[in-house]
Design a protein around this ligand. Structure first.
Ligand code: CO
Length: 133
């Protein structure tokens, strides 16, 4: 991945209120607004830490991938997101080099266009983010 930085690290939680009561004092920051991401069946909040963020995600729909993740693995690291300049070009480059993609085309995330890569080769779900310019 030709990434400039870790955009955010996402942690799956069952209850955002309860999670924020733990994470805000732990990190010493206040979370931003809650954002509904209908595409992923989750509500998310971001906690800014310097030039990166922690994203807490709670499923709003029992059939979503995050709900299944919580059932299988419990609360914890869900994905790591890297910022890229040109998501379409990056997806084409990765596909060309045989990397298994979940999304072949960018889709709408909370702050821009996003795409997910399959966790199989790394053990971690990876998200690529191109912010709105
Ligand atoms: Co994310």
């Amino acid at each position: 991945v030709s990434a400039d930085r870790v955009d955010h690290t996402a942690i799956a939680v069952r209850d955002l209120d309860e999670a924020l009561a733990r994470f805000e004092p732990l990190l010493g920051v206040t979370a931003g607004e809650r954002v509904l991401i209908p595409d992923q069946g989750v509500v998310a909040v971001f906690l800014r830490l310097g030039d990166t963020q922690i994203e807490l995600i709670q499923p709003v729909d029992g059939g979503s991938g995050v709900a299944r993740f919580l059932d299988r693995r419990g609360e914890g690291l869900h994905h790591v997101a890297f910022e890229v300049d040109d998501l379409k070009a990056e997806l084409a480059r990765l596909e060309e080099s045989g990397v298994e993609l979940i999304d072949r085309e960018p889709r709408r995330g909370s702050h821009g266009q996003v795409a997910f890569l399959h966790p199989r080769p790394t053990g971690v779900l990876i998200e690529l983010v191109e912010h709105d310019h």
